[in-house]
Design a protein around this ligand. Structure first.
Ligand SMILES: Nc1ncnc2c1ncn2[C@@H]1O[C@H](COP(=O)(O)OP(=O)(O)OP(=O)(O)O)[C@@H](O)[C@H]1O
Length: 603
């Protein structure tokens, strides 16, 4: 991405603040004129003092001159204070507002993308966040540099040069003659340091990330007694950082020294030339200081040039990744025109093939029908493709080929958001947002009353436990146990109350009592709704109206529990293995013995 392209991309974000931009430009102009006051005042002072001395005037004769000079310098400083404040404040205001707009635009875009976008290697959580943060940060450095550094400094330099030339062409030429060497040194400095700031930042991040990992993994580290190993890893990171830091400092000191040397040569040349011109009676003695101060204004921005150049390079590097996020139009979630009002909830899936963006083909020629108002169970070993079917039904992904119909109409034709309003999804591991229990349940219906939230929590058998917490519904939801968090997700489902429900291992992290309670609760909510349930627990699936059995991405059997059991195929294999893993025989014997004992006692 070129600088011009970046400016074009930033333009729409800066446009709303054009008033501020104009004000900043005006202040910059006034500021660059004010910056030249000192040379004029100094020349006037030296020349006046000189003429007073020549005339042998008394000290009192110099007083009016001192009053004028003091008033001028004081007045200039007062004006300068306001100008600098305005320039910095307006510049920052533009920067902060543009940064907010860019960030918000990135969030908006990212939220509108399909799940496949997040799975892309370049977009995984941490990387995406870094790309957005770095992109905005480097673009803002560019805006900040422009309004706070580049513009004022270069305006000063140009005005100072113009004044030098108009005062004396030869002195102006000497000032300009030194500049190429100065520019060249700055360019070399920036070139040799190119990317080191970036490398330094990367190393600093790696170091802090390493520390975060150590803290997060403290239990594992200690249990495996790997403290020394972790310490060495940190030491290696620290060593790399140290080396790069020292190298950077060394280069900076070297080039800064060389630039100061060249600058001083410029000053010396100007002193020699102006002294000669004074002796030749071409200019006044005050012009020596006048030109030296002006030359200082010319060289000041070049001193900053390597930093500006480096930051500009950063913007060129990072803005590309950032604008790629804003431009990933192909990742936008597809939607259709159909606004579902009263969904029956019959899904017809015909000859569906599906491949994840990573290249894994998860479904091969899958066909199944999910009947409205009934419970359909999906069974299969891990990785068989059960969750993938739910992903397709929620329109999180689109199939490669085949037909997906809902109530006889292509799923693709439905408005994606409106469709999802009608679907309740409970996963094996549900996300709990940072916030209170009340806020987390309210996610189901944002304007629900506390009474409705409590009713949902009661249905999810969570209310009693919440009430025992010191802060009740205001407790931090992320502090809850896995099983309690699962029930928050189920409470959200009760609150949302959708006609279609997808349950992907809904009781996986619950204890036996909670599993039974939730099963009863889910049995109640299932009535009259279309339910698809995935579960490795037999209890959850045996009473499903229809069970589909999947194996390695293919649908291999379907029917009721009894039909599939008698078929002696994959379902039977899974069923028998589950029964063995539960040690059903022994459990059954215990239950029978227990039953006998009860009967004996009763007898
Ligand atoms: N987001 C993803 N990106 C790439 N491949 C995926 C993704 N999710 C699942 N897969 C792959 O697709 C295949 C089917 O996975 P799926 O999650 O549908 O299986 P499952 O039957 O639900 O398994 P489990 O019972 O373990 O949840 C697996 O090979 C899996 O590795």
């Amino acid at each position: 991405m070129s600088l011009w392209q970046i400016i074009q991309r930033l333009f729409p974000y800066v446009r709303p603040y054009r008033g501020l931009v104009i004000a900043t430009l005006l202040l910059t102009l006034v500021g660059s004129l004010a910056a030249q006051v000192n040379p004029f005042v100094l020349r006037y002072t030296v020349d006046t003092v000189q003429s007073l001395l020549n005339r042998n005037a008394s000290l009192a004769a110099g007083m009016p001159m001192l009053a004028v000079v003091s008033a001028l310098l004081l007045g200039k400083e007062i004006v300068n204070t306001f100008i600098q404040f305005g320039q910095k404040f307006f510049g920052e205001k533009i920067r902060i507002n543009v940064a907010t707009a860019l960030h918000q635009q990135a969030v908006h875009q990212v939220l509108s993308y399909q799940l496949g976008f997040y799975a892309d290697t370049g977009n995984q959580t941490g990387k995406l966040q870094t790309r957005i943060d770095r992109g905005v940060e480097s673009l803002m450095k560019l805006v900040q540099n422009f309004f706070i550094d580049i513009l004022p400094l270069f305006a000063n330099a140009v005005v100072a040069l113009v004044i030098m030339f108009s005062a004396n062409v030869y002195v102006g030429l000497v000032a300009v003659a030194v500049l190429p060497a100065y520019f060249w040194l700055s360019y070399r400095q920036a070139d040799r340091l190119n990317g080191t700031r970036r490398a330094l930042r990367g190393l600093r991040e790696a170091r802090s990330q390493g520390l975060v990992n150590v803290i997060d993994s403290a239990v594992v580290i200690k249990s495996f007694v790997r403290e020394d190993y972790e310490e060495q890893k940190q030491a290696a990171l620290q060593h790399n950082l140290q080396e790069t830091q020292l190298q950077t400092r060394k280069l900076n000191f070297l080039y800064d020294g060389l630039k100061t040397f060249v600058e001083q040569i410029g000053v010396v040349l100007i002193i020699i030339l102006t002294a000669y011109l004074v002796l030749d009676r071409q200019i006044s003695i005050g012009a020596i200081m006048f030109h030296i101060l002006l030359f200082n204004n010319v060289s000041a921005p070049i001193r900053q040039l390597h930093r500006i150049y480096d930051e500009m390079n950063d913007a060129l590097t990072y803005s590309e990744g950032f604008f790629d996020i804003l431009d990933a139009r192909e990742a936008q979630e597809p939607t259709g025109p159909l606004q579902p009002q009263h969904l029956q909830g019959t899904f017809d899936i015909c000859n569906v093939d599906f491949t994840y963006p990573s290249g894994t083909q998860a479904l091969h020629d899958v066909c199944l029908t999910i009947e409205a108002g009934k419970t359909t169970a999906l069974v299969g070993l891990s990785g068989a493709g059960k969750s993938t079917i739910i992903n397709l039904l929620c329109k999180f992904y689109q199939p490669d080929s085949g037909r997906l119909l809902l109530d006889g109409k292509p799923l693709a034709d439905y408005d994606t958001h409106a469709l999802r309003q009608q679907i309740g999804l409970v996963l094996q591991k549900n996300h709990i947002f940072k916030g209170t229990i009340e806020e987390n349940i309210r996610y189901g219906v944002m304007d629900a009353t506390l009474e409705q939230i409590q009713a949902a929590a009661k249905q999810a058998y969570l209310h009693e436990q919440i009430m025992q917490l010191p802060k009740g519904y205001q407790s931090d939801a992320q502090q809850l146990s896995g099983g309690q968090q699962q029930r928050i997700a189920i409470a959200r489902l009760f609150l949302k109350n959708p006609p279609i429900i997808f349950l992907d291992e809904p009781t996986a992290s619950l204890d036996a009592i909670a599993t039974e309670q939730i099963k009863n609760s889910l049995d109640a909510i299932k009535q009259g709704r279309t339910v698809v349930i995935i579960s490795h627990s037999l209890a959850q699936i045996v009473d499903a109206d229809c069970i589909y059995v999947m194996k390695q991405g293919r649908m291999v059997e379907s029917g009721t529990h009894e039909q599939l059991y008698d078929l002696r195929g994959t379902y039977r294999e899974i069923f028998d293995a589950s029964a063995r893993s539960l040690n059903i025989e022994k459990l059954a014997k215990v239950l029978v013995d227990d039953g006998d004992e009860v009967e004996d006692t009763a007898a």
